[in-house]
Design a protein around this ligand. Sequence first.
Ligand code: AMP
Ligand code: MN
Ligand code: MN
Ligand code: MN
Length: 275
Amino acid sequence: MNVDLHCHSTASDGLLRPEELVARAAANGVEMLALTDHDDLSGLARARAEAQSRGMRFIDGVEVSVTWKGSTVHIVGLRIDPQHPALKSGLESIRQGRARRAERIGDALASAGVPDSLEGAKAYAENPSLISRSHFARHLVKAGRAPDVRSVFHHYLVKGKPGFVHHEWASLQDAVSWIGASGGIAVIAHPGRYKFSKSEMHEFVSQFRDCGGGGIEVVTGSHSPEQYVEFAQLSRQFGLLASRGSDYHGKGESRADLGELPHLSDSLRPVWHDW
Ligand code: AMP
Ligand code: MN
Ligand code: MN
Ligand code: MN
């Protein structure tokens, strides 16, 4: 079965509306899709309705921004209940923090000689309560500051660059608890992206499991083939269920298209094994 459990719509920083995203997934042969917008659930109902009309299985998801020991990590929640009060209010508090962070990014860029970037970013954000660095990046490309989004990140938006501001997201315990309380399973997103030593990675995965986390992305658009092997091993070692997701954001902004990834190894237990 072609399963894709990680992607983004215009409810966060994706380029396609929820309906368009589902249509593209269908055209690519995806049979089970989760929409996992950053810190926001507002695209789920529309995506679900479109998936149902196409006979595609749809999973309610979210990608929660977390700060663990000073580093930003992402925790995907799958089969969450979008109406659950603790999850909804937790995400609402993250979005309020995001809005304050966006102001600080705008100020930092202005100090570096790049004026009016918050207004520019807002023009790219279809969901006004969800401003991400991707929206700043698209604006800066349009303003001629760099040739593409990747290069804007490199020159302006990552640690050590003028538009980077530190931000404290949710705690790991809170994120995993909200997901679990709403009936979902928490999954570590793209672990290969984190700049952890081997022992830090083990400590992170252990704490995640102790908090009630249940899965880890093994095959994602963010991983190299060597990392598929590395994180398959970690998944078995820690007894975590394995997930597969493109992390598709839109044309020109993603390494993998919807559903277009290698399958999980037969030696792994997929997160969807009993769905
Ligand atoms: P934020 O949650 O606002 O910090 O934005 C993070 C998002 O920016 C990620 O989910 C990606 O979509 C995007 N992103 C992060 N790093 C890069 C990068 N180096 N190049 C392109 N996009 C990136
Ligand atoms: Mn993103
Ligand atoms: Mn992510
Ligand atoms: Mn993502």
